[in-house]
Design a protein around this ligand. Structure first.
Ligand code: PLP
Length: 466
């Protein structure tokens, strides 16, 4: 076996990466020409790259490392479990202690009668489970035609064929024959980008009422479920107006449509509650979980299911499951992560320290920086839409994403990770970030924004789309 280690020079690692590694959501030829940034280690909220730079991770990996990097308790929990029982399945009338314990803990943490857990390896897999589960639910109740699922444009629910179909990313649908039949997409509650001169409240209500129109168009006896992220994440951190979710809830109740809350990002403290559904006042029948469930230390996801649905599914053989459903090592890691979240009062920290510090720092940027056209924030997830003319929330004349990409590169150069979605900068740091670390974040973010602004001026790109 050839040995490839941290000690190889960066250029050599980049060449080896380009030679054999196909990256997700990447134009691999472009990346090969440029060279990927090689991350070698991490501690707390800081990553280290192969050149020794210390980078503040404003994205918690991919929205997932809620308790921060380098947690030895989690490492030890995984090692103990690997020695005791590294793997066993839960298919054929068997179970194991980590799956039992994690399901029980999740049932305790989840609101209301969300008391049952179907495990998966990821958020995508869990949403595939949900498609089959809600359709099976209605079929078992004698209504097999009640099978259509309504989602939103620009939603993100994963990248498998099923979950990618639930998602509303058109650039994903263009590849590989998506969406699958029976999935429909209504408008998203993105007031900043699409609300024109409506008040946020009126706009939120109008967007929710698109659901009622779609249900009536399809027929209520054909609609199995509505799926939504309490706060859209990958779409650009879109915090819906306060009128939105209560109206969605009213409509789903009225037409007997199940609600799937995709909590993959919002769950486990991100919005200042255990679940985004609590922050937004949603009463879902199923919650999709992944990411923060294990803080990214091991891949695990699942569906938390209410009594009513679990009862119906439990009465038939549900012909569905994954080799790694409830994987014992991943479940042990998730349990340890949940212990840390509880014993270190991480959600209190979000509400009393980190959340307020993040909010006030970003509010200052939104108010004072000429490039920042607004702020979307819920707890520890936020976005700053960039604009050439903030008063009118104008978009740039350049292709969407051009300016966002420039700003992300300036962040990178200043040892800060912010992602961009189109021309929005995305912020989702580890929940345990301290007030001092948030100060570092703000200093680097402001510098990156200043540099972007200067570059735009120099290149005559501060122009609004007509
Ligand atoms: C990331 C994400 C998913 C997909 O999870 P994977 O683990 O990447 O499959 C699903 N839903 C939401 C809201 C997500 O952010």
């Amino acid at each position: 076996m050839t040995t490839i280690t941290n000690h190889l020079p960066t250029t050599e690692l980049q060449a080896l990466d380009a030679a054999h590694h196909m990256h997700p959501f990447t134009t691999n030829d472009e990346l090969a020409a440029k060279g990927a940034r090689v991350i070698t280690r991490a501690k707390g909220v800081y990553l280290t790259d192969s050149d020794g730079n210390e980078i503040l991770d404003g994205m918690a990996g991919l929205w997932c490392v809620n308790v921060g990097y380098g947690r030895e308790d989690i490492v030890n929990a995984a090692a103990r479990q690997m020695l005791e029982l590294p793997y066993y399945n839960t298919f054929f009338m068997t179970t194991h202690v980590p799956a039992i314990a994690l399901a029980n803990e999740l049932a305790k943490l989840a609101p209301d009668d969300l008391n049952h857990v179907f495990f998966a390896g990821s958020g995508s897999e869990a949403n595939d489970t949900n498609i089959r589960m809600v359709r099976t639910y209605w079929a078992q109740k004698g209504q097999p035609e009640k099978s259509h699922i309504i989602s939103r444009k620009n939603a993100y629910h994963g990248s498998s064929v099923g979950s990618g179909s639930l998602g509303g990313m058109t650039y994903m649908h263009e590849q590989g024959g998506m969406p699958i039949p029976g999935i429909h997409h209504i408008g998203q509650p993105d007031w900043w980008a699409e609300g024109s001169d409506h008040t946020p409240e009126a706009f939120g209500l109008a967007r929710a009422q698109e659901l009622e129109a779609k249900i009536l168009e399809l027929g209520a006896d054909k609609v199995a479920a509505f799926i939504g992220e309490p706060v859209q994440g990958a779409g650009g951190v879109i915090v819906p107006p306060s009128t939105y979710w209560p109206e969605i809830q009213r409509i789903c109740d009225k037409y007997d449509v199940l609600i799937i809350a995709d909590e993959v990002i919002c769950g486990f403290g991100r919005t200042g509650n255990w679940f985004g559904s609590q922050t937004m006042g949603i009463k879902p029948h199923i919650m999709t979980i992944a990411k923060g469930l294990s803080s990214g230390y091991a891949p695990i996801g699942g569906s938390i299911v209410c009594d009513k649905v679990a009862e119906v599914i439990g009465a038939c053989e549900f012909n569905h499951g994954y080799t790694y459903s409830g994987h014992p090592v991943c479940a042990a890691v998730a349990l340890e992560n949940l212990r840390i979240l509880q014993e270190e009062n991480v959600i209190d920290h979000v509400n009393n320290v980190a959340g307020p510090a993040l909010k006030s720092g970003l509010e200052k940027l939104a108010a004072e920086h000429p490039l920042v056209g607004g702020l979307n924030i819920s707890g520890m997830m936020a976005s700053l839409p960039l604009s050439p003319h903030k008063e009118s929330r104008a978009k740039f004349a350049s292709d969407a994403g051009t300016v966002g990409f420039m700003c992300r590169e300036r962040c990178f150069a200043n040892n800060l990770i912010m992602r961009h979605v189109g021309d929005r900068m995305i912020i989702s740091p580890p929940l345990v970030i301290t007030a001092e670390e948030i100060d570092v974040f703000m200093t680097r973010a402001k510098k990156a924004l200043d540099e972007t602004y200067t570059a735009l001026k120099e290149q005559d790109m501060l122009k609004a789309a007509s």
